[in-house]
Design a protein around this ligand. Structure first.
Ligand code: ZN
Length: 316
């Protein structure tokens, strides 16, 4: 059993403002962990965060059930073999896929931090990028090594296991919200990037219209206790500018899979393993109907569920 004993924060962990207050309590509806976690919000930068922050020991305990050991397929999937069709599909699905928007010269040195199932890494490697990965799960690192990919094991999230000025580009897709010490982590991002290096972030957007509509059922974003922070543009700007990063571009998109997950949380209120529980909403006809309705509605919406931010490391 995971037991928390961390102390309550009295200031915002991002902007250090003291106007923070209790916001909502959440249970884990996706992986089935027992417990309840309090979220607080900062009135100054708008970030919300689990307070008290779970300890390292607790996080290790939570992640032991996060994803079971699995075998990987390192061959190029359909999305890699038919990139134009993939991009077209993502226009409708709203999926945030770095292969669709990262523009880098061939031969660039790139870091895929939090490589997961390595799908993006394998694709970009096949396109001639000098890409490396970093992962906290040892079985993923070993599987990548077995297939000849460059990958390091993250043993401490406050240190990125690569030398100074190593990369021209770094991307983190649904990773930053899991990081316990964002300021220490941004120091590390600055250290490993070359001068004027670029950073791509994708995080759940705490200003999304769907957070207001779904409330406690916004489990794609809350995802307690794994999402420690819920950022918006303003809090990302506060965090990044403190480490001399400049925002070049940003946009948001709602993946239809996230929207369906939240709908299931509304319909099946007693269900707490929604990541693996298939329902009628997951069948193809409903999936396509929801996708079309969602895209049509979001033509009139500015703040959507997944915020993507492109930043540059300033030399000053
Ligand atoms: Zn703040």
């Amino acid at each position: 059993m995971c037991v928390g004993n961390a102390t309550l924060r009295t200031e915002c962990p991002i902007c250090y403002g003291t106007s923070i207050s209790y916001c909502i309590s959440n249970t884990d509806r996706r992986k089935g962990l027992r417990g309840e976690w309090d979220l607080w919000i900062c009135a100054e930068c708008g970030v919300s965060f689990i307070n008290p922050t779970p300890s390292e020991k607790d996080l290790y305990c939570y992640y032991s059930i996060y994803s079971p050991n699995e075998r990987f397929d390192f061959t190029l999937g359909k999305g890699s073999r038919y990139p134009s069709l993939r991009k077209l599909y993502h226009v409708f699905s709203g999926d945030v896929d770095p292969r669709d928007f990262i523009r880098v010269p061939k031969g660039s040195r790139i870091l895929d931090y939090g490589s997961g199932n390595c799908g993006y890494l394998v694709d970009l490697y096949s396109r001639g990028m000098k890409i490396a990965g970093a992962e906290i799960l040892r079985y993923i690192v070993e599987a990548a090594w077995d297939h000849g990919y460059e990958m390091t094991l993250v043993e401490n999230t406050e240190r990125i296991p690569y030398p100074d000025s190593e990369f021209e580009y770094v991307y983190l897709i649904q990773v930053l919200e899991h990081i316990q010490q964002p300021h220490a982590f941004f120091d590390e991002l600055r250290r490993i990037l070359k001068p004027s290096g670029e950073l791509y972030l994708a995080v759940p957007n705490s200003r999304s219209i769907w957070r207001s509509i779904f409330g406690a059922h916004w489990i794609s974003g809350w995802f307690a206790p794994f999402h420690l922070f819920h950022y918006n543009f303003r809090s990302i700007d506060k965090l990044a500018s403190a480490h001399r990063f400049e925002i070049l571009d940003f946009w948001s998109s709602t993946p239809e899979s996230w929207f369906r997950l939240n709908l299931k949380a509304v319909i099946y209120k007693e269900e707490n393993r929604l990541d693996i529980t298939r329902k009628w909403l997951d069948s193809l006809p409903y999936l396509f109907i929801i996708m079309i309705l969602l895209r049509t509605f979001e033509l009139f919406v500015r703040e959507k569920d997944c915020l993507v931010v492109r930043l540059r490391k300033n030399s000053q």
